[in-house]
Design a binder for this molecule. Structure first.
Ligand code: GLU
Length: 467
């Protein structure tokens, strides 16, 4: 593995494949990536795939896809933790050789009995293994054992966390945790430390649910005499009710937001500004975010996820997005009849109000309806005998119209409404119902222009009654 050269910032994002890329985890990954980029350092990606049952290729791809979709490209190759198990075990044995770790032969039954005794005596349970000071000659042959760290018992461990500030823990609270299980497999606590060291990681930016682990991990690092990384423990995302974001708050995975029709740049900006601020600036390109990002700007308290804000921001990015890109994004949602060219042409009038791509696709659906159009309930109710008679008159006028443009159609129908002594709305309502099957749509002249002469007249005539 590569080692970070002196002075170069190296961060890593270390997700475990759980079946989805959690939105909170993605934000941590974003911060870790941004910090490296801001410092001109390296942003590494490590898949923590030691749980073999969960770490399917599919679960790994979900993470890789989600990160790529968000535009987070990591440096070098992706590390897979499971490939380094032999190295993790080697370090565990090196810790024993250094007198900083030990083989512990306590059985599950013995441990359970001690735990039970502590509970009965109402005192906190601490591993106090008689194997802590035993050496090689004392080891029983052929008995299963775990390797434990000889954790420090006196004094305290202090972390100057770049987000949380100074955090201290009394060492008596750190127990002799397991490094290698009895089957020889490394624990998370050991694997993370070894990989971070071997990858040359200088700054560990991760969720604050790992802050407690940092004290234990530091104990391993110090026992090995390795350089200590800087830590930045970022608060998790909470729901609008203040509780930790969970399934009951709705969608959790980055893919869910993609499927809801959120643009990646909207999610990028939303996650960036969730618990990190830079004056009043609301929108950041990747380059601007990289230039402005600092860990000092990350708030200490959990940020609250606000779907409404995300949707508003998304609507903003939809309006800013290129018409052809939007057309290409929504066409697959619309079925085989969707025509990207027509969608792109319609986009300026369609995108003015959609807050997500699904809404945009719904709003564009009328373009590709086949006749006879299905009317929704409001449209059907609106098309009473009077309205159908109006449509007959409109049809007659429009059949004679030579200038089939938004402007030409507007002039024509305005004059017609005036002649009848009606507001334009009275004309537009049945027209909209006939042309789109709905009671809301883009401006009616735009609808006529986009559908074109032939299709417009056919739709109108299909609903027109006797004049
Ligand atoms: N794999 C851990 C997780 O997904 C992160 C480990 C770490 O960042 O140290 O929560």
């Amino acid at each position: 593995m590569a080692s970070g050269s002196e002075g170069t910032v190296v961060t890593r994002f270390a997700p475990s494949p759980t079946g989805f890329l959690h939105i909170g985890n993605a934000r941590t990954g974003l911060f870790s990536w941004l910090y490296a980029r801001h410092c001109g350092g390296k942003a590494l990606l490590r898949i923590e795939d030691t749980d073999k049952a969960r770490s399917t290729q599919e679960a790994i791809d979900v993470i890789l896809d989600g990160l790529a979709w968000l535009g987070l490209e990591f440096d070098g190759h992706t590390y897979y933790q499971s490939q380094f198990e032999a190295r993790h075990a080697e370090v565990a044995h090196e810790l024993i050789a250094r007198g900083a770790g030990y083989r512990c032969y306590l059985t599950q039954e013995e441990l359970a009995a001690r735990r039970e005794k502590a509970r009965a005596e109402r005192r906190p349970f601490r591993i106090d293994s008689e194997w802590r000071e035993r050496r090689e000659g004392d080891w029983p042959a052929d008995e299963p054992f775990v390797v434990r760290l000889k954790a420090p018992r006196e004094g305290e461990t202090v972390i100057e966390d770049l987000v949380q500030g100074r955090v201290a823990v009394k060492n008596e609270e750190l127990d002799d945790f397991v490094l290698l299980r009895s089957d020889g497999s490394p624990t998370y606590m050991l694997a993370v430390v070894v990989d971070d060291h071997d990858m040359g990681v200088t700054h560990i930016v991760r969720g604050d649910d790992h802050l407690n682990n940092a004290f234990r991990q530091l104990a391993i690092i110090r026992a090995m005499g390795w350089p200590e990384p800087h830590y930045a423990h970022v608060p998790l995302i909470h729901g609008a009710d203040g509780a930790k974001l969970s399934k009951r708050h709705g969608a959790l995975g980055v893919h869910d937001y993609r499927d809801m029709g959120i643009l990646p740049e909207a999610l990028f900006n939303y996650l960036l500004r969730l618990g990190w601020g830079h004056g009043d600036k609301e929108e950041f390109t990747h380059e601007e975010a990289i230039a402005a990002f600092t860990l000092e700007g990350v708030g200490k308290s959990p940020a609250r996820f606000d779907m409404k804000k995300l949707l508003n921001l998304n609507g903003h990015y939809i309006r800013a997005a290129g018409d052809r890109r939007l057309a290409e994004l929504i066409a697959p949602k619309m079925g085989p009849q969707a025509d990207v060219d027509l969608l792109a042409q319609a986009m300026p009038v369609l995108k003015t109000r959609a807050r997500d791509l699904n809404e945009l696709a719904d709003g564009a659906a009328f373009l590709f309806e086949t006749r006879p159009l299905a009317l929704n309930d409001q449209a059907a109710a609106l098309l009473d005998a009077d309205a159908r008679a109006l449509l007959a008159g409109i049809s007659e006028r429009l059949h004679a119209e030579q200038d089939w443009t938004t402007g030409g159609l507007e002039a024509n129908l305005k004059a017609y409404a005036e002649g009848l002594g009606l507001g334009l709305g009275k004309l537009a309502q049945p027209l909209r119902a006939a042309l789109t099957g709905q009671t809301t749509s883009p401006g009616i002249f735009d609808v006529l222009a986009l559908l074109g002469r032939e299709e417009s007249l056919a739709r109108i005539d299909a609903q027109a009654g006797p004049a």
